[in-house]
Design a protein. Structure first.
Length: 317
């Protein structure tokens, strides 16, 4: 049995707990983003400064809680593609959510006391203005997403099959990060071309749509190279591009002797190339720990080396 703590110590702990600000006040936030990061992303850095200034002046804290509830509702939808798809498919439900958000902001407005402290009230007004703009942007984003999906489908259908254009939650969730587990933005669309011949048209279509292109293979990288940094991004997954040859002796320009060469598409798993080299009596220099899952395209893009890089060199030289 634990020894009882002195009463004074218990009182000191309770006072410290009351004095210390809560680390997280935005509800539904199970992400790696702090309250500060969320407020800055949704309302801007000035709003966070004002919230910090007002934090110590709280009386009941009800207005702050309602503001954080608004931000929490917006945040949880933005970080959950399944909820986004549900709201995209249900305009009435979407409107009900936005009406509820505006209702909470209206309740905050009712609690303003301009006569008591004009400067403080001005800060609250600035926060409310930023929050209303955030709610409007949140609501408008659904129409923008719907229209862009419709346009993207029309443009991309000209260069690849419909099944290769993926807007669903599962595809977007599985392509939001790589082995780093950094999650910045969910991609707008995931593309899975069937052949190399589709790639040029797919890239051109993405540029026409104003989408940032993120190439991806096995997703085993620790450099963040496959992580979307903007919601208007298209992840092009090359895993289906897996054609390759055995080792062939090829005469390359500028060289006097034929060179052992393997033709490989971007999605070929590294170990397959290493095995082909071994069958022909050669060693494939790149030897990453993830050889069973990483792809040749990523090896070249990241100039991978692996645990034997000092002995054999890296992918690009």
């Amino acid at each position: 049995m634990n020894a009882p703590l002195p009463t004074q110590l218990l009182e000191a702990v309770a006072q410290a707990a009351q004095a210390a600000p809560r680390l997280r006040e935005i509800p539904y936030n199970y992400t790696s983003f702090s309250d500060r990061e969320i407020v800055i992303r949704l309302l801007g850095s000035r709003s966070w400064e004002l919230l910090e200034q007002l934090r110590g002046e709280r009386q009941t804290g009800r207005s702050a809680r309602m503001l954080y509830e608004v931000l929490g509702d917006i945040w949880v939808v933005q970080r959950n593609p399944y909820l986004q798809d549900d709201l995209l498919d249900n305009p009435k439900r979407r409107k009900a959510l936005v009406d509820a958000l505006n209702h909470r902001l209206g309740e905050v407005e009712k609690r303003r006391t301009p006569s008591a402290d004009a400067q403080r009230d001005a800060h609250v007004g600035t926060l409310l203005e930023a929050a209303r703009a955030c709610v409007k942007s949140f609501y408008d984003a659904f129409s923008q997403t719907y229209d862009l999906r419709k346009r993207a489908t029309s443009v991309l259908r000209k260069v690849t099959a419909k099944d290769n254009i993926k807007f669903d939650g599962l595809s977007r969730v599985s392509h939001v990060t790589d082995a780093t587990d950094w999650r910045v933005e969910y991609p707008f669309v995931v593309l899975t071309p069937d052949t190399e011949a589709e790639m040029a048209g797919m890239v051109k279509a993405c540029i026409e749509l104003g989408l940032t292109i993120v190439p991806r293979g096995g997703g085993t990288g620790y450099t963040g190279g496959a992580i979307p940094l903007t919601w208007k991004s298209a992840v092009i997954n090359t895993e289906k591009l897996e054609a390759m040859t055995e080792v062939e002796m090829v005469q390359l320009p500028g060289l006097s002797q034929p060179v052992a060469t393997v033709y490989s598409e971007a999605g070929v798993v590294t170990q397959r190339v290493a095995d082909a080299a071994e069958r022909a009596g050669f060693v494939f220099a790149v030897d990453p720990t993830s050889a069973e899952a990483s792809c040749i395209g990523g090896n070249i893009a990241m100039n991978a080396g692996g645990k034997k890089a000092v002995l054999w060199g890296t992918a690009a030289g």
